[in-house]
Design a protein around this ligand. Structure first.
Ligand code: GTP
Ligand code: MG
Length: 329
């Protein structure tokens, strides 16, 4: 990832609700260093870690891991919260426009920050096109439906196209060059590489103005590499860990994350769309909103809510034009 060269401005105004791990009491300098080097640089990262993953760090046994996590949870106030406190937390969430009012409406105002939105669909259902659109609109100022921030894009299929970004930027009054400069792209060649690049992207988000993480597509490498029954449990565990690492960062930073996913036909489905996203329960339970995309007539596409804690069932039809995703006139 060409993060060193990018001009995405260092984040000047991230709310100070992610205390550094060095502010934690009852932790020695050696342990602190070990944790920081293993990617647990904040109190929040430690508070949301599991004993199992922490005890994998050399020199930190299960007992120590348990004590550290419990201490971090106390200090990070991970206990119960009132409904009112949660309402205040939810009210900070923002939405990124898709440039189609119908689709924004379906999504409750656009792609929501603080959670993972999954777009699943067959090939040519327009997943990658929608990712290009969001990579541009997130850069718009909030009054125009963006976050005024950049993007980290994990590309597992080599389908990111700078020229498509330029094409979509111009009609929105954005400078195409600047727009490209605000997108960090990591081309992942296998699942290991995907994990590594995502970690790099999450780290970049700590001190850069990044508002959106795109993973296009989530399962391609995992699906190709982990074949056979014996590897399934391990694969699911890996994906679960992967998505949770993303969730932790985006919740705290109030960033959005969109993932794309392939579908497979459900042989026993008689009504509705017979396609179901791949990846099993782990992906199903970690994605907050699951949206199914399908091809309509010509350049039209249809999005439908498959699963969401707050979005009502429904669908939206829009089109893919040269200038990007738009409503049907
Ligand atoms: P897979 O990654 O193969 O699963 O497909 P996908 O769901 O990501 O589909 P993608 O977003 O690549 O959609 C491809 C479709 O978008 C094409 O069939 C075209 O209809 C449309 N499309 C792609 N590029 C352009 C473009 O530059 N201009 C316009 N107008 N349409 C495009
Ligand atoms: Mg694609």
């Amino acid at each position: 990832m060409a993060s060193k060269e990018s001009k995405i401005a260092a984040e000047p105004s991230i709310e100070d609700d992610t205390p550094d791990l060095s502010s934690m009491t009852g932790i020695g300098p050696t342990t602190l260093k070990k944790l920081q080097e293993s990617g647990y640089g904040s109190l929040e990262a430690l508070a949301t870690a599991t004993i199992l993953e922490l005890s994998e760090i050399p020199g930190i046994g299960e007992k120590v891991a348990e004590r550290l996590i419990s201490q971090a949870r106390k200090q990070f106030k991970m206990g119960l919260k009132t409904g009112k406190e949660l309402k205040a937390e939810f009210s900070k969430r923002q939405h990124i426009t898709t440039m189609a009012k119908s689709l924004d409406h379906l999504l409750g105002g656009g792609v929501e920050t603080g959670c993972i939105t999954e777009f699943a669909g067959a090939f040519r259902s327009g997943k990658t096109q929608l990712m290009h659109q969001l990579a541009v609109t997130v850069q718009l100022p909030p009054e125009k439906g963006g976050l005024g921030k950049g993007v980290a894009w994990i590309d597992t299929e080599g389908t990111f196209r700078p020229s498509r970004i330029e094409e979509m930027a111009v009609p929105l009054g954005l400078d195409p060059d600047e727009c490209l400069d605000n997108i960090l792209v990591g081309r992942a060649y296998n699942s290991d590489h995907q994990l590594e690049l995502t970690e790099e992207a999450l780290n970049a988000a700590k001190d850069r103005k990044i508002g959106l993480i795109i993973i296009d597509s989530l399962m391609a490498h995992f699906r190709a590499e982990f074949v056979g029954r014996g590897t399934l449990a391990f694969r699911q565990q890996m994906i679960g860990k992967y998505l949770h690492a993303i969730l932790r960062v985006i919740e705290v930073k109030n960033m959005a994350c969109v993932i794309t996913n392939q579908v497979q036909a459900k042989p026993d489905q008689l009504f509705g769309d017979p396609n179901t996203p791949i990846g099993g329960n782990v992906v199903a339970h970690t994605s907050t909103h699951r949206i199914l995309l399908r091809k309509g007539k010509g350049n039209q596409r249809v999005a439908a809510v498959l699963d969401s804690p707050n979005l009502p069932e429904g669908d939206a039809t829009y089109q893919i034009l040269t200038e990007g995703i738009r409503d049907i006139k």
